[in-house]
Design a protein around this ligand. Structure first.
Ligand code: A3P
Length: 310
């Protein structure tokens, strides 16, 4: 296992290369946890998993999936009491690593069905039981330039006084070398895209850019895939729009202005711009050309290269 010492990396801990990908190591995530999951984790056929690279829209998608799946449960209640307005979406849909392997208290109870979990685990390390169980998996991707910029800001926001801010060119260099949490970026995205072709009934591959462009229709499609389609009556009564609004950047960022998800991680760290293309205000032309070249090479001849954002 290769090490990327914390002094040279993004986060406050070392990163470790395992099965070709960089794992972070903190109280919740580690190579050991990934290995334990590979060895012992048993998925339920009714489970739903969200898989992402960090900063690809995990928080947004957690909120949407939670709101869709649990909508009957909260129907008729005042909106202000909705769990997504009281808890950070990361509490409503925990990471598999934290919920199952660290038993961190979260909003969800263990009896809750379907179980909704998220993970950043690369395809190569995904516990086989998740694929064998026949459960549903949603993979959310985002264009590499916005992921890089978002990661850069997130990392700096989480650094305390003991660590200087990371300059953007350093972040750029690491990212292009494939050194980023759960990176190399391209291998993660491509791995899951290929898996979604192989398991087309069980894996839905989405992009942040498509979700932003046509949120309403994508949410309907997502609900159908998850096994919770909107009825005609629901559509007519505006239930889809309500969910889109509840999970919008505006609503969620407002609800998460204060408080911490855990020590050192403020709720508002997950909400910055929420836009497509913010990279234009960070990358120089030269950086953009370099990233385009890497992306072209990595996705050459692959259907991903035709997708929006790539
Ligand atoms: P930016 O930093 O570009 O603004 P993750 O949830 O995977 O950590 O990703 C965080 C990114 O998603 C941030 O991107 C954040 O602003 C954006 N985001 C969070 N909530 C969102 C929402 N409801 N709608 C759209 N984007 C959202």
């Amino acid at each position: 296992i290769t090490t990327c010492p914390k002094e040279k990396g993004w986060v406050s801990e070392n990163m470790y290369m395992y099965q070709g990908f960089w794992h972070i190591s903190n109280n919740e995530f580690s190579v050991q946890t990934t290995m334990a999951m590979q060895d012992t984790y048993k998925a339920h056929p009714t489970d739903i998993y969200l898989i992402t690279l960090p900063k690809s829209g995990t928080t947004w998608m957690k909120a949407l999936m939670f709101a869709i799946v649990n909508r009957a449960r909260y129907k008729g209640n005042p909106l202000s009491s909705h769990p997504l307005l009281i808890n950070n979406p990361h509490k409503c849909v925990p990471f598999l690593e934290t919920k199952i392997f660290k038993n961190t208290p979260t909003y969800v109870d263990d009896e809750c069905s379907p179980r909704l979990f998220a993970t950043h685990i690369p395809h190569i390390s995904l516990p086989q039981s998740i694929l064998d169980s026949g459960c549903r998996i949603v993979y959310m991707s985002r264009n590499p330039k916005d992921v890089l910029v978002s990661l850069f800001h997130f990392t700096n926001k989480l650094r305390d006084e003991s660590r200087a801010r990371m300059p953007f060119d350093e972040a750029f260099e690491l990212f292009t070398k494939g050194v980023s949490p759960y990176g190399p970026y391209w291998d993660h995205v491509k791995g899951y895209y290929n898996m979604s072709l192989e398991y087309s009934e069980n894996i839905l591959f989405l992009t942040y850019e498509d979700m932003k462009e046509d949120t309403l229709n994508k949410v309907k499609h997502l609900a159908k895939f998850l096994g919770y389609p909107f009825t005609n009556d629901e559509e007519a009564s505006g239930a889809v729009d309500e969910i889109v609004r509840l999970c919008s950047f505006k609503t969620l960022s407002e609800a998460n202005k204060h408080g911490n998800l855990r020590e050192g991680v403020p709720n508002d760290a997950f909400f910055r711009e929420g836009k497509v293309g913010d990279w234009t205000s960070h990358l120089t032309d030269e950086m953009s050309v370099i990233l385009n070249k890497i992306t072209r090479e990595k996705f050459c001849g692959h259907p991903i290269s035709q997708m929006k954002g790539f």
